[in-house]
Each structure stands twice: as structure tokens, then as C-alpha cells.
Design a protein around this ligand. Sequence first.
Ligand code: GDP
Ligand code: ZN
Length: 320
Amino acid sequence: MASSPDSAPTYLEGVVTSSTGSWYDVRAEGRTVPSRIRGKFRLETEDVTNPIAVGDRVTIRLTEEDDTGFITEIHDRVNKLSRRAAGPRTGQEHILVANVDRIWSVQAVEFPAFNPRFLDRLLVAAAIHDIPAGLIINKVDLMTQDTAPRVMDLHLRYADLGHPVIVTSATEGLTSQLREAFAGQINAITGPSGTGKSTLLNALEPDLNLETGAVSEKTRKGTHTTTHATLHPLSNDGYVVDTPGIREFGLRDVHPKDLAHYFPDLAPYVNACRFPDCTHDHEPGCAVKDAVERGDIHPERHKSYLAILESLREEQTPEY
Ligand code: GDP
Ligand code: ZN
């Protein structure tokens, strides 16, 4: 029984950009289609608070009026950023965003000072989840003769580790390189507060109208546990998502003895240590420490490694 072309359902593939419980905004073919889940389509899972997450690629069937859709299929996820849910669903996983092409850490030249510990934690978490990471050095307009050498050193250090490094000034409109880097992919941004994340996003896409400064900080603190991330479509086919609560993601899954493997600059040395269970901390004959002393590994990276090691020991495996 052939249906007439008029009544054949229209299917579109799109990306979930936000969710409000039962409705999902799906970006497909340049527009946003509010969509629901179709009856038979079971989503019950005990471990996840939101089985369809922002960033999920889905197929929708348009309703006859064409202004809303039904989600008929979720495509396999490449990766996801998630955290433990709070409140009555404690212990369940809450997916912040799926299918992240790159996660970017925003750091400032100054105010607040560049924070390598925060950045290195993020890079390790991203490596564990197999998500490519990049560095945005913002507030370059504040760079002086005194701070320039350190900024250049940081730029080189992280570029050498294989990360794209982009220098911006959100307030001076120096963002074209970032726009280019964001094109055509899903970008998550994170970083300490005050580094200029909201200002950057507004500079990239003035229509976003994100709150900046003290106001946003206040709102965010109050709403951390309930806020769902929103994927903002950019005019260059890219998406950007600010990820509240991202600090909690990821590190719980790594065993302390595997930590060095997620430091690409430390990893090549670990097999040369005298003791096979070397933690690269206090042991004699440690090839990692030798490399630090020779200047082959930056001492700040080793410090970050030790700081993360310490927090892992506290959190999960006291006997290690
Ligand atoms: P967020 O907490 O990371 O979202 O940071 P905001 O976007 O709210 O910015 C914090 C403060 O830094 C605001 O007062 C911004 O005006 C300022 N700011 C942001 N980007 C820049 C920049 O490139 N240069 C300078 N000088 N200030 C900036
Ligand atoms: Zn060692």
C-alpha cells in the first residue's frame, strides 16, 4: 500500500541542543524543532538521569503540522561528559553533553592568574574520556613585558603536548581564530570563573546574550544541580556549550597507578623506572624524576601530576 507523497512522513537528522524534561530542542537543517519522545521508544534506565542528552545525534519524524517532531532514534554516542547526579538521584549519572569534538579550557593571562593545576586536571580528565582538548589563553590585552615570557612559555608547553592553543581577547574583539577553531564541531568550554568564558561566547555570537561577571557567578552557584547544559548553535555550523559542574567530571575513573599514562610528557619514561610500581614521587631510580631534573619534563607538569595523584589517593584507593 503506497502512501501518497503528501502523507509520507519526513525524517530529519539533528542534534539535541537543550532539554526541558519532556521536550527536546533538536537542531536540524538550520532550524530548531521542539521534539518529544515517541511512545514505544523506551528510555528507562536506572543509572542515568537523562538518557537523551544535549549533543546527542537523533532522528526525528516531523509531525504533520511540521513545527514539532518525535524523536525516533538516538545514534551511538562517541563520548560524553557526565557527573554524578545530586539530590534524590545521588549516584546516578547525569550526562552534561554528548559527542564533544573538543573540550577547551579557558585561562587568563592575568586576573585570575593562569592556573596550570586546573588546566592539567582538565587535560587528564579529557584524555581519560578520549576527548580532544584545547587551551584558550584569554585577556591577552592585559599582557605586559613582564608577563609575556610566561605566556609564551605556557603557549609552547601545551602546544608541544599536542593541544591547539588559541590566544584571545574577548573584550578587544580578538576572537576570529577561535571562531575558526569552533566551526563545524561541538565545543565544550570550561575553566576557572572570571577567565572570560561568557564574554568570549558573547563576542563570538552576540545573539547569545549570556550573563557575564558577578551576576552569572551568583546564578550559576544557585542552580548547579538543576541546570542543564545548552548547546548554542554558531553561525558557522559549530556548537558551543558552557559546562557547569564540569570540575567533577572524570578523574574518579582512573587508578593512581595509571595516572602517568594520561600525561603524554611523563608516559614515555614510566617503564624505565627502577621499581615497576613507582609512583614517580619519592622513589629512587625514577626515570620521570630524572627527566624533570634534566629539563625534559616541565617541573610544573610533574607538580600537577603529584597533586592529582594525591587527590586520587584521598578519594579512592587509600592503600596505594
Ligand atoms: P567567566 O566567569 O569565565 O564567564 O568570566 P566573564 O565572561 O564573566 O568575565 C569576567 C570578567 O573578565 C568580566 O569583567 C569581563 O569583562 C572580563 N574579561 C573577559 N574577557 C576579557 C578580556 O579578554 N580582556 C579583559 N581585559 N577583560 C576580560
Ligand atoms: Zn618513577
